[in-house]
Design a protein around this ligand. Structure first.
Ligand SMILES: Cc1cc2nc3c(=O)[nH]c(=O)nc-3n(C[C@H](O)[C@H](O)[C@H](O)COP(=O)(O)OP(=O)(O)OC[C@H]3O[C@@H](n4cnc5c(N)ncnc54)[C@H](O)[C@@H]3O)c2cc1C
Length: 338
């Protein structure tokens, strides 16, 4: 809603995370990542963290969100919440917003979060900042400082929605780090029932059809070896494919390499590709423009190989190797296992 005075603003409190279940019914990792972030923001604001969980038979899962930072878990359990119906979940969430007035809601920038959040924002008459790479809070007035790349990634913009509540943001999986769960934390599970208004005149989903398109699962890799414009062609990529095969890594790429047609889009890391959070990320001939960095900056150890020592990637790397990748990578491949 549009905030016209201070008492309107003060009537909103707490930070919610829209919890999500992955295929197979386990909590989606992005939920725990967002709970950790919400916890830090709520501690600064001296408010509570609420997780919102919709689905079928999810009460048992609800308690598992508390060790990650939730103080309360609001659960709606109903057979009609099977699968994903953004219209139904949107109505339900909007009703809960009107009833409980959260100050902030965070969503994973997943297919589900990206469908649900804009729908909720329109009804709740509030802003929505998509694909945030950083979140902070003004502890005085509760304004969420939402940082994301803007103008084609040329600048990082920090966005406030100071005149509207709730404030809402989506964050891609693996941008934030999940906290270590604390089993000693305590919290409350609150059950909300569906009402007839939630389901009135709603679309019915007849069937879910799984995409048959082949995908490269960079998300599950613990090591990625990525190549950029320096690879000079698909033959160049064979050099890093050999290293990747030897160390059990996945192959990533910069957009420059993908746009040149040397490797498929499924391998692209960055703002318009995948976001990864691996143990090791080896960037070969990738200069490290901001659009690439936002997709891999949370990796634990970054190794850069580049002819130039002063590129952004070489500057931010934990290990920077200066030289020709066509000499260094084969030598490294030879050394593996010795
Ligand atoms: C809206 C938008 C979205 C974008 N999204 C993405 C995205 O998701 N992902 C992404 O990657 N980019 C993205 N980009 C593009 C991005 O701005 C850069 O153009 C791109 O990342 C550059 O790729 P690169 O680092 O491979 O190439 P370059 O910047 O050209 O860097 C090549 C590097 O290789 C080094 N080099 C050359 N030869 C050798 C050698 N033999 N040995 C060692 N080093 C060598 C050079 O010194 C240089 O540092 C986006 C751009 C826009 C505008």
């Amino acid at each position: 809603m549009l905030i016209t005075n201070d008492s309107d603003k003060q009537s909103f409190s707490d930070i919610w995370v829209m919890a999500e279940l992955a295929e197979g019914g386990n909590v989606h990792p992005v939920t725990n990542e967002l709970l950790g972030t919400a916890r830090k923001l709520a501690d600064m604001r001296k408010s509570k963290v609420g997780a919102v969980l919709f689905g079928v038979k999810v009460k048992d899962i609800a308690a598992s969100l508390i060790p990650y930072g939730a103080d309360i878990v609001i659960v709606a359990e109903d057979p009609r919440l099977a699968g994903f119906n953004d219209e139904l979940e949107g109505r339900l969430l909007n009703r809960l917003i009107a009833k409980r007035r959260p100050e902030i809601i965070l969503y994973g920038a997943t297919t589900r979060g990206r469908a649900l959040a804009p729908r909720v924002a329109v009804t709740a008459v509030c802003g929505l900042t998509a694909d945030c790479t950083g979140l902070d809070i003004d502890p005085e007035n509760g304004d969420l400082l939402q940082t994301r790349p803007a103008f084609g990634g040329n600048i990082m913009a920090t966005i406030r929605c100071s005149k509207h509540r709730p404030q809402m943001a989506t964050v891609r999986p693996r941008v934030m780090k999940a906290p270590v769960p604390d089993p000693s934390r305590t919290g409350q599970v609150i059950v909300e029932d569906m009402v007839s208004g939630d389901t009135a005149k709603i679309k019915r989903i007849l069937e879910y059809i799984r995409s048959t398109e082949a995908t490269v699962n960079l998300a599950d890799a613990s090591i990625i070896v990525s190549g950029g414009r320096a690879m000079k062609g698909s033959d160049g990529f064979k050099v890093i494919e050999k290293l990747a095969a030897k160390i059990g890594a996945a192959v990533g790429a910069s957009r420059a390499a993908v746009d040149s047609g040397w490797i498929s889009y499924a391998h692209q890391v960055g703002q318009t590709g995948q976001t990864v959070q691996t143990k090791v990320y080896i960037a070969c001939g990738i200069s490290g423009q901001i659009q690439h960095l936002v997709g891999m900056q949370s990796c634990e150890t970054i190794i850069a190989i580049d002819k130039k020592a002063d590129t952004p990637m070489m500057q931010m790397a934990d290990i920077a190797v200066s030289g020709d990748l066509f000499e260094i990578v084969p030598a490294l491949t030879e050394l593996v296992g010795k």
